[in-house]
Structures are given as C-alpha cells and as structure tokens.
Design a protein around this ligand. Structure first.
Ligand code: GTP
Ligand code: MG
Length: 383
C-alpha cells in the first residue's frame, strides 16, 4: 500500500449556536462522501483518520437517511475530527513513486453551540472551551452559521435574531480574549476569511445567496461590523482579514415529516473548495499590499505555497484546469515578480518532488467555486 504524507493541513472552524446544524452538517459532509455516487465522480476520498470517529459520523448520516433520526445535540463535549483527503487516479496527473503520495488533511471541530449562549459550568468546562476555541482559531477559514429556521421564526423582524446572533459571536470571543492571546500578543495564524453561511437553506427555497447577503447587510450590518472589530483585535496585521464579505448557502439534507432526503443538499460540495481556495487566493492580494515581508507576510506566503507551486512546476494539466491557471496567472505573475529569486528557487525545489496532485485538486476546487457562484449558492468578496 502507498504510504501517505500530509501535504497541507486545513482546519475548518464552524461557529454556530445550539441547534444551528453543525453536527448534521459534519455528518452529511462525511456520510455523503461515503456514498458510491460521490466516489464515482470525485477526485478524492474522504477518510476519517480515526475509524470509530468516522463510524459515528457515518451512523449519524445513515440514521438520517434510513430512519429519519437525528444526531443528538452536543452537550458539554467537543470532538475534533480529522480526515484525510486521499487522491484517486487522475488522467493527466504525473504518477509518483510509492511512499510519496501527499494527502490534504482536514480537521473539523464539533462542539456544543450552547457555549455561545451560556456561561461554563465550572473550571473544567471553562478550560475545555478555551482549548477548543484555541484550535478553532488556528483554522484558515471560519464559517459563521445563520440558522434559516430562526430567520423563519422571526419572519418580518429578522433583525431580532441576526443582531443577537452576531453579538453572541462577538461576546463569545471577547470573553475568552485574555486566555486566547498569551500576553495580549495578537495571533499570526488565525482564520483570515470569515464566511457568513446560511444553514438549513432548504427552508428558504426562494432565497438565493444575493438575497441572503442583502438581508444580513440590511438587518445586521452594525453588529457584523462590531464583530469584525473584535476579530481584528485578535490578529496581527488586521488588514489581511476579510470578515463577512463572502456568503454561502448550506443545506445538509431536505427535511420532510418522517423523511430526510440526504441526497438533496446545497453547498456542501463547496466547503472544501472554500476552505482550501479562499484563503489562498485572498492571501495573494494581501501579500502584495504588505510592503515589508514581516511575520504575517511569511505566514501568508506559506498558505499560498500550493498555488505558487502550480505555476512554477508546469504540471501537465487536463485542459479545463488550464482555464483556472489562466485566471490566477495575472495576479500570480505580478506577485511572483516581487518574490526574490531565492524564494522561487525554494518553491521550485519543493515542487519537484511534491504537490502536483495537490495542485490539480486545488484547480478543480477553483472550478467548483466558479460553479457555486453561477448557481447563486456562493458569493465571493469583490475585493
Ligand atoms: N431543514 C433543515 N434542518 C436541519 C438541517 N441541519 C440540521 N437541521 C435541523 O436542526 C437540528 C439541529 O441540528 P444539529 O446539527 O444537531 O445542531 P448543532 O449545531 O450541532 O447543535 P448543538 O450540538 O446543540 O450545538 C437537527 O436536529 C435538524 O432537525 C438542514 O440542513 N436543513
Ligand atoms: Mg451538535
């Protein structure tokens, strides 16, 4: 068997109140990837690194699919799931020696949403919260869940829910600020892209992503700005931060009385592409804007390495992927000019034995995102 190395570890932070759909989302993401349909069409497999974790999520998924039963609400406990995104054979990809296959690794934290609404019960739980938030905040991307059910419950006065929601997220972070920032020093590694996501979007079938964005801006722009200001306090170089500029619709299944149709999903296929691509592509602009190559620029540079490698290694790509490369090329070549020769050389050397598959996957992710925008499920920041 080929041995796998991890090319890139990608953490996903999903911020959502209790009942907003976090566990169902994770179960549907993983369970869906175990379906033969997915496996027939996908470039990759999603494999849980811990078998019993994987089984638990798969059970959740099958319970919904077969008996319309739902996973329990998380109480107190948080669990981190680690998945390997393992490649399948791609026509046109360079084959590699055994033992040199790189996977993408995805870490997804599931925790009780009531942490945003209630104070901890005692010091053990308080410590657990800090620990979970600390890992969440090492993600490259964060999703802020807005619950479509709660929008329906507050129909006509959605601002009541939305203002409270963003304020709860803000206060949740503020309360932990001292513990999360050692010595008050802002964090370099931190989610720099915060996507606002509508969970259970199947409940609002007439809503497209632009409608969702408009609702947020109309009803809660002030609270979102306050949240952005608090997030800025956590992070070194807050100019390299994009909070509430990207929007996505998500639905883990279609829920009907006595029946859950797990195949009717919205936006789940965009989660991985968003997590992988948005921070990468946005980082290019930020690095260009940063005149000095400080700690943050170095960090951002490391996050975009796979993209740079794509350009520098001249991988033989299947033709649709060339389109994506062409899209990225103008900004990248501009960016590349500003890199010193030494750095390009380092990238190049790394690229020689690594990353061709990763690059192909990333370009495919780019195509998925374009399709998501065309389907009005995703709205990317214009910046
Ligand atoms: N219509 C619809 N309902 C959903 C969807 N996802 C979740 N739900 C409903 O929302 C309930 C709560 O979902 P969970 O995933 O358990 O919520 P959670 O965010 O994990 O909640 P905590 O564990 O308490 O933090 C589910 O039991 C479903 O009834 C969805 O995509 N569409
Ligand atoms: Mg849960």
């Amino acid at each position: 068997m080929e041995q796998s190395k991890v090319a890139r570890e990608q953490q996903i932070a999903v911020f959502g109140e209790s009942g907003s759909g976090k566990t169902v989302l994770l179960s549907s993401f993983y369970g869906g990837a175990q379906e033969p349909e997915f496996q027939k069409t996908s470039l990759f497999d999603v494999v849980a690194d811990d078998t019993s974790d994987g089984n638990r999520l798969h059970q959740n998924y099958l319970g919904m699919k077969k008996t319309a039963s739902l996973p329990m609400s998380n109480q107190l406990k948080s669990t981190s799931y680690s998945f390997s995104i393992k490649r399948r054979k791609v026509p046109g990809a360079r084959t590699k020696k055994a033992k040199q296959v790189e996977d993408l690794r995805l870490i997804w934290h599931d925790y009780p949403g009531q942490w945003f609404e209630q104070d901890p019960n005692g010091p053990v739980e308080a410590a657990r919260r800090v620990e979970t938030f600390r890992s969440l905040l090492t993600s490259d991307v964060a999703f802020l869940l807005v619950d479509a059910q709660r929008l329906l419950d507050n129909s006509g006065e959605e601002e009541r829910y939305l203002k409270a929601l963003f304020t709860n997220f803000k206060n949740g972070l503020l309360k932990l600020q001292n513990e999360l920032l050692a010595g008050g020093k802002p964090l370099v590694t931190f989610p720099r892209v915060w996507v606002v996501a509508l969970s259970k979007s199947d409940l609002l079938p007439d809503f497209d992503v632009a409608g969702f964005r408009d609702l947020i801006v109309e009803k809660a722009a002030g609270e979102l700005s306050e949240l952005r200001a608090v997030i800025s306090q956590f992070v070194m170089a807050p100019d390299a931060l994009s909070v509430g500029e990207d929007f996505v619709l998500l639905s883990s299944a279609k829920f009907e009385p006595g029946k859950i149709e797990v195949t009717k999903r919205i936006g789940l296929n965009l989660i991985l592409p968003i997590a992988a691509m948005l921070p990468l592509s946005r980082a290019i602009g930020w690095i260009l804007a940063m005149k000095k190559s400080g700690e943050v620029a170095q960090y951002l540079l490391s996050t975009i390495t796979p993209l740079v490698l794509l350009i520098t290694t001249k991988i033989p790509l299947p033709s649709p992927l060339k389109v994506v490369v062409a899209i990225f090329s103008p900004s990248l070549s501009d960016f590349m000019k500003k890199l010193t020769n030494e750095k390009i050389d380092v990238f190049n050397r790394n690229a020689k034995d690594k990353h061709d598959y990763v690059s192909i996957m990333l370009t495919n992710f780019g195509l998925d995102l374009d399709k998501g925008e065309k389907d009005q499920v995703l709205l990317r920041s214009l910046k």
